[in-house]
Design a protein around this ligand. Structure first.
Ligand code: NAD
Length: 477
């Protein structure tokens, strides 16, 4: 634990949750505030033996939990939502400290997390009679799977767990939850809240240092893995799940394109495009990561985006004036600097372009023009505040270039004529295509990726049913 005066007093907090008990780790893990680059808290870190204990606890809790009427499980989810609401400010401040995002964004993330919990709790999984004759009937049920491993990324720790834990539990599964190693604290605070509400073993929370993921996804007593993270790790998850034919939901990376048609009102849409590219310092799976603009409007769009980037106020997310925080961790900070170097070498940087000479992991929001499609910044997922703006003359060419990626998470089309944009939207290979907006994800769902952005969906009835399997009961009188 650092002697940093701004450090969080951990006391007995930030412990693991295994079998209903808050337990210390086999060792401790330091957590860095990305706005300072310094350790500000430490938390429990799980050993392999503790991981096995967490899975065993979830396995032994499953029979009773899965037999509880869904309405009782729903009531407990609503209690969790109420308990999160009561501690929303504490969660939001901690979220800002561990992720770097501005406090207002952390507060929105918490409200979203609570909203998702309510939205899942409103759903149901009724049995359906699909055939009835004099001799009998055929009943379709959505049965729970068993123990679910939920693995999350560091960009939205609370949003991501809210799309995994509530639906898994509502459907009657038990859970072992593992956050990303650089953002474990809000997940452990969530564990503390749930410890007082859920029966022992129903939710277990472990923390690693990127060393226990495969032990979890290979574990023979895990029935399903719900994973959010990079495509590279998603491939490993899929391979290791094969051993025991686990069900998997993979929410992976993206390289979302925005196509701006020649009739779009640039002044009006530029702030929305900028916002969807730079939200959370560009660290959003569905951030706009490439913008294709018609030749006739290209200069105007570059100019508007440049002006917006110049207005950003970078700083610690706890400062009320901050509009953009730091990159979340050192590895990502270094990776984005490689994209920045690529931008300087292959394109023309018209705004930003520098690493801030201060403590923490800060990179200016950067707009890059006249960069070829072959550049790394265009081909790969930058996951940071560096946005390439690309020129096209023929819309079919723009569509082809937008689609020429292994990713297929989101995309958007912008036009003064929404129906014209709709025609273009139908030609994009992505799980979500927005018209005249981007980033908006509705709790009614479903949300999921195409191509190597993953498979399976989250949110809504389909998101809930991902945590079940069909059971047909074919009854003869
Ligand atoms: P990552 O793949 O490095 O890590 C994600 C999680 O996987 C972490 O908890 C990590 O500890 C764990 N992990 C590491 N190795 C593992 C293994 N072998 N087996 C199982 N788990 C393992 O991803 P990241 O850098 O934390 O997150 C950024 C990525 O996540 C970006 O590509 C982003 O686009 C993507 N993402 C996708 C969505 C979506 O909904 N599609 C949402 C948020 C982020």
């Amino acid at each position: 634990m650092s002697a940093n005066p701004k450090s969080v007093s951990t006391g007995s907090a930030f412990q693991l949750l295994i079998g209903g008990r808050k337990v210390p780790g086999a060792s401790q893990l330091d957590v860095i505030n990305p706005a300072t680059g310094k350790v500000f808290a430490s938390c429990a870190r799980t050993s392999r033996a503790q991981l096995d204990a967490a899975v065993a606890a979830a396995k032994s809790a499953f029979p009773a939990w899965s037999k509880l009427p869904l309405a009782e499980r729903r009531a407990l989810l609503l209690k969790i939502a109420a308990a999160l609401t009561a501690r929303i400010e504490e969660f939001a401040r901690l979220l800002t400290q561990e992720t770097g995002k501005p406090l207002a964004a952390a507060q929105r993330e918490m409200k979203g997390c609570i909203g998702l919990t309510h939205a899942y709790a409103a759903l149901d999984l009724p049995s359906k009679v699909i055939k009835q004759t004099e001799q009998g009937r055929v009943v379709r049920q959505q049965a729970p799977l068993g123990v679910v491993a939920a693995i999350t990324a560091w960009n939205f720790p609370m949003t991501l767990l809210a799309n995994k834990v509530p639906p898994a539990l509502l459907a009657g599964n038990t859970v072992v939850l593992k956050p990303a190693p650089t953002t474990p604290l809000t997940t452990l605070l969530f564990a503390e809240v749930c410890a007082d509400i859920l029966p022992p073993g129903v939710l277990n929370v472990i923390v690693d240092q990127n060393d226990l993921g495969s032990a979890l996804t290979e574990h023979p007593d895990i029935a399903k893995v719900t994973f959010t993270g990079s495509t590279a790790t998603g491939k490993k998850v899929m391979a290791s799940a094969a051993g025991t034919v686990k069900r998997v939901t993979l929410e992976l990376g993206g390289n979302d394109a925005a196509i701006v048609l020649d009739d779009a009102n640039i002044k009006e849409i530029a702030p929305r495009i900028y916002g969807a590219a730079m939200h959370n310092c560009g660290q959003v799976c569905i951030a706009i990561k490439r913008v294709y603009v018609h030749d006739s409007q290209y200069d105007a769009m570059c100019e508007e985006l440049g002006k917006l980037a110049a207005q950003a106020v970078l700083g610690d997310g706890l400062e009320p004036t901050t509009t953009m925080g730091p990159l979340q961790n050192k590895a990502q900070f270094e990776k984005v600097q490689e994209f920045l170097a690529d931008a300087h070498a292959n394109g023309k940087v018209i705004a930003g372009g520098k690493v801030l000479q201060r403590e923490g992991y800060f990179i200016e929001p950067t707009i890059v023009r006249d960069i070829p499609d072959s550049a790394r910044l265009v081909r790969e997922e930058q996951f940071g505040p560096v946005l390439p703006v690309l020129r096209y003359t023929d819309v079919n060419d723009a569509i082809e270039r937008a689609n020429s990626t292994e990713y297929g998470l989101g995309s958007s089309v912008w036009s003064a004529d929404a129906e014209r944009a709709f025609e273009v939207a139908q030609q994009i290979g992505a799980g979500t295509v927005w018209v005249n907006k981007h980033l908006e994800v509705a709790p009614e769902g479903p949300f999921g990726g195409a191509k190597q952005s993953g498979f399976g969906v989250e949110m809504g009835q389909e998101g809930l049913e991902e945590f079940t399997q069909v059971r047909i009961i074919n009854l003869n009188k």
